[in-house]
Write a protein that binds this ligand. Structure first.
Ligand SMILES: [Fe+2]
Ligand SMILES: [Fe+2]
Length: 432
């Protein structure tokens, strides 16, 4: 690489940006935010010349690990309980990634800052790469795992399945509505800055504990791009904060983005980690413990709360209620119960919990057995073929009322006492 200074190159690149004089641009992705008074800076000074060699090295490691997994016979040693949940997870995750790529033109069109456009364009390339290496990982699992059924139909299953629709709603949020709401507050400030910690750090750790070292290689390759995306988002939110007219929009969007991320990501990743693992060492952190550290302490207390001094209204009540749902209201356990009820229509298997699991759950979530133990014992009994129907259709034996969907996050209203019912355009709707 030549030694020309990054600062000089970065300045040069901005000269390539221009406003056409011969035509007035059509506003394609509208926003209510205003950035007239905003300072225009990209603290990271991102340029492609340093970006490509770094990404090439990362790709080499990913593809090297894939090769290693095949030669090392990883697929014979991995826990089946874990791999089954990957059929669902890997059906969903490439979609939010490619939606994140598609969100970048929204942000570029809405933010009048050539310095930042460069970083956003680089993020777009990142997100395409993420989607691609995840699809490739899925293909590798399909070709080498002992039971490929489920991996082979995952794209089709994703768009037709009751669980896939939740993921689809989540990913479409990056590209729907106000450009800044979608591409900045919802995608970057909340999904990337807060929730990728459990998605791309906690989950790979659990994969490794279950004998899968390939997924961590792929997802850490994704997560290490996330710092660049977080920086892009931070630059935009600082621009938004410099104008008083954006205050109410920011407050509205943070509330919406926080709740939807919590409802969807904690449902999915919480269930994969707590119910997909065979690792029941007591010193392993539970999902609740990881959440407390990475989302409550590292994001909420160290990132979001300090933004208050710039005039940001932080949704303290929603953050506390999310924790309350995870810790006191059994949110993740309710989701796992809901998923396992749906097994006749699932394209992945859900392993029954055994005594080892019961002991761990009771240790980590005191009172768990009284509330969920019987369900999982029945689930075990009904998993054995002896002429009965699936648990879904064994009314009394199942002792389960199928919940209504939340028409905001698409996850069912699992904390039943909190369900809100309203009439919208003549239709009765339920909300979590
Ligand atoms: Fe990504
Ligand atoms: Fe990202």
């Amino acid at each position: 690489m030549s030694r020309t200074s990054i600062t000089k190159s970065h300045q040069k690149i901005q000269e390539l940006s221009w406003e056409p004089t011969f035509v007035s641009p059509v506003e394609k992705y509208a926003t209510d935010y205003t950035f007239e008074k905003a300072p225009k800076k990209d603290p990271l000074k991102q340029v492609l010349r340093s970006y490509f060699p770094m990404e090439e090295e990362k790709d080499n490691r990913v593809f090297g690990a894939m090769d290693g997994a095949i030669r090392g016979n990883m697929f014979r040693q991995v826990q089946e309980r874990w791999m089954e949940w990957q059929k669902l997870f890997l059906s969903i995750i490439p979609f939010p990634e490619i939606s994140a790529a598609r969100a970048m033109p929204l942000a570029i069109g809405a933010v009048p800052n050539p310095e930042l456009h460069n970083g956003l364009a680089i993020q777009m390339i990142d997100e395409v790469r993420h989607s691609t290496i995840q699809m490739n990982l899925k293909r590798l699992y399909m070709n080498h795992y002992i039971d490929p059924a489920g991996f082979d139909i995952s794209e089709k299953a994703f768009s037709n399945c009751y669980a896939g629709t939740i993921g689809r709603q989540f990913g479409e949020g990056f590209i729907t509505g106000d450009a800044i709401t979608a591409a900045n507050i919802y995608l970057t400030i909340v999904a990337e800055t807060a929730f990728t910690n459990v998605l791309f750090v906690a989950m790979p750790g659990e994969a490794a504990a279950n004998g899968d070292f390939l997924l961590p290689t792929v997802f850490h390759s994704v997560q290490s791009d996330e710092s660049r995306h977080i920086s892009n988002g931070y630059s935009i939110i600082l621009m938004a904060l410099s104008d008083e007219r954006n205050r109410e929009l920011l407050e509205r969007d943070l509330r919406y983005a926080w709740w939807n991320n919590h409802a969807v990501v904690d449902a999915a990743i919480g269930t994969f980690i707590e119910y997909g693992t065979k690792d029941r060492r007591k010193d392993r952190d539970s999902y609740a413990e990881m959440w407390r550290r990475w989302i409550y302490d590292d994001y909420y207390r160290s990132y979001l709360v300090p933004l208050e001094k710039y005039g940001l209204a932080v949704p303290h009540d929603l953050v506390e209620e999310s924790w309350n749902r995870i810790w006191n209201k059994g949110y993740v356990h309710e989701v796992a119960q809901f998923f396992s009820t749906g097994w006749p229509v699932n394209f992945w298997r859900i392993d029954a919990m055994d005594d080892n699991d019961f002991e761990w759950f009771e240790h980590k979530y005191p009172g768990w057995y009284d509330k969920y133990g019987k369900w999982w014992e029945r689930y075990s009994e009904l998993a054995v073929k002896n002429g009965h129907g699936p648990i879904t259709f064994e009314g009394d034996k199942a002792d389960y009322q199928y919940p209504h969907r939340c028409w905001s996050c698409m996850v069912p209203c699992l904390i039943r006492e909190d369900t809100i019912v309203d009439e919208v355009d003549g239709q009765i709707r339920t909300y979590c």
